[in-house]
Design a protein around this ligand. Structure first.
Ligand code: ZN
Length: 217
């Protein structure tokens, strides 16, 4: 893997503001933090929001402080250097951005979901938030599907294309019920990505409707 170019697909300003305020559940926050490691533009936005948040905290009377959000900002400032806490990076894991490598741990448990698609569940799915690594074989097309809730995805290696565009390393796709798409993995490299969702996907094509009966998305 070479040094990736700047990502083309980013988080919205609203999402970056919510991230800076500590409003995202952990797997979503890790996904966004992973994008930040690859995207100077979004890093600058978050730094600006955090600075504004700091000013708001200083200006507010103590009784109105929200200790949770304040501590969330402080905790991020105090985060240890990733190198001190990470397991040794070998093979596939070496491709993961540091925040994600810390979440995934040493050995993701890969399972074959269907031809050309392996997944590894990350975390315990607490609070209805599901996080998983997905490995899609080169040139493989996923069934056409929409999303029951909100799904956020970041490309970690290779890439994929759909009706919206071509996603490469570091690019983030945010999809809801308004997005119906049929992703196709890069013909040479396939696609390694990390997806977080707060509801099940719904497959929409004729084959997809049958697969819905068997696949727990
Ligand atoms: Zn960005």
């Amino acid at each position: 893997m070479g040094v990736p170019d700047m990502p083309q697909f980013h988080l919205s300003e609203d999402d970056l503001l919510d991230y800076a305020a500590g409003r995202f559940a952990q797997p979503f926050a890790v996904l966004i933090a992973s994008h930040l490691t690859l995207c100077p533009a979004c890093r600058r936005s978050v730094a600006r929001f955090e600075a504004l948040g700091g000013l708001a905290v200083e200006a507010a009377p103590p009784a109105e402080l929200d200790p949770g959000s304040f501590e969330a900002v402080v905790a991020r400032l105090d985060e240890p250097e990733p190198a001190q806490t990470l397991p040794p990076a070998t093979g596939e894991l070496s491709r993961l951005p540091a925040p994600l490598r810390a979440l995934v741990g040493a050995a993701p448990a890969w399972k074959k979901i269907m031809r050309g698609l392996d997944e590894a569940e990350i975390g315990d799915g607490r609070a209805g938030v599901r996080a998983r690594l997905m490995r899609i074989a080169p040139g493989c097309a996923m069934p056409r599907h929409t999303h029951g809730g909100r799904e956020m995805l970041i490309v970690l290696d290779g890439g994929y294309s759909d009706e919206i565009g071509t996603y490469d390393i570091g690019d983030v796709a945010v999809a809801g019920a308004d997005v119906v798409h049929r992703p196709v993995a890069d013909a040479r490299e396939g696609c390694l990505c990390f997806a977080v969702s707060d509801a099940r996907l719904k497959l929409t094509g004729p084959i997809g409707r049958v697969l819905n009966l068997f696949i727990r998305y």
